[in-house]
Design a protein. Structure first.
Length: 279
């Protein structure tokens, strides 16, 4: 039986021994998972976390799939990054300290992401009070490239990026590449128990603060619903921390998934029992 484990970063998977899971199938994960664990495949779609991953050196040795990962020639650096070759303009933009960049070394290509520097600079020129907001909430990211294991999501999706969130994108990739018979969904909590953000990495770099309101789940639900519905021959297991409780938004049967005969709700204890019995 070929299986894959697809990890979201919901708090329900806290404390799960991922090394044990890896003995029974490949692990696909997303975003800041790399800080704690090395999955078989890591997926990221948002610019901040993408460039964090790359600049950490993780992608040099480990397989990653990124969105909008387009490289540029170093010869075109000023025009690409600043939109001009004018030194005065460039010096002004540099003084704003809105750019996050790794060491170039001997690299002759780079990837640019995030918010446009020239747009932010023009806005600050009109209203200096915006600078603190930009420094806090917006950045331009520049990653100088070395030999790595990054692949572009678009290349796998037939030249068209579906535009999905990282978790569902990782599941899509796992199905496409591994062709499993079973897909286990861990940490795909979808909702929160207390109306605050439900994420293992909340309050850290490139994540919302701990007291931020919960992330709307509509897109995740639509995307997961499509994956389950379009793959009727694959058994999907949504792994929850607790038994089904329809009064709890995390542990309930998701009403949008009603009618899928290939979706089963299990607990982490159920998963452990399957492992103990060696499937």
């Amino acid at each position: 039986m070929k299986r894959v484990f697809c990890l979201g970063n919901g708090e329900s998977r806290k404390g799960v021994n991922l090394d044990i899971l890896k003995q029974h199938g490949k692990i696909y994960g997303c975003n800041a998972l790399y800080r704690d664990y090395t999955p078989d495949v890591l997926v990221a779609v948002d610019q901040g976390i993408i460039h964090e991953i790359y600049q950490s050196g993780y992608a040099h040795k480990n397989v990653c799939y990124f969105r909008n990962w387009h490289s540029h020639d170093a010869k075109n650096y000023n025009l690409t990054v600043y939109g001009t070759d004018d030194e005065k303009v460039i010096n002004f933009i540099e003084s704003l300290n809105l750019k996050k960049e790794n060491e170039r070394g001997n690299s002759n290509r780079f990837v640019l992401g995030g918010t446009s520097l020239i747009s932010m600079a023009k806005s600050v020129m009109k209203d200096k009070s915006k600078l603190d907001e930009y420094r806090k909430s917006f950045q331009t990211y520049i990653s100088w490239l070395t030999k790595d294991k990054v692949q572009h999501i678009k290349e796998i999706q037939g030249g068209q990026d579906l535009g999905w969130a990282a978790g569902p994108t990782a599941i899509w990739l796992a199905i496409k590449k591994e062709q499993p018979q079973q897909v286990y969904l861990l940490g795909h909590d979808l909702n929160s128990k207390n109306h605050l953000i439900n994420n293992l990495y909340k309050g850290t770099k490139n994540y919302s603060p701990v007291n931020h309101k919960e992330t709307p789940s509509q897109n995740w639900i639509i995307q997961l619903n499509a994956l389950i519905g379009e793959n009727p021959d694959i058994a999907f297991y949504k792994v929850n921390r607790e038994s089904i409780d329809n009064n709890c938004k995390v542990n309930r049967i998701q009403p949008q998934f009603h009618g899928h005969k290939n979706l089963v709700y299990i607990t982490y204890d159920d998963l452990q029992n399957s492992i103990d019995k060696r499937w």
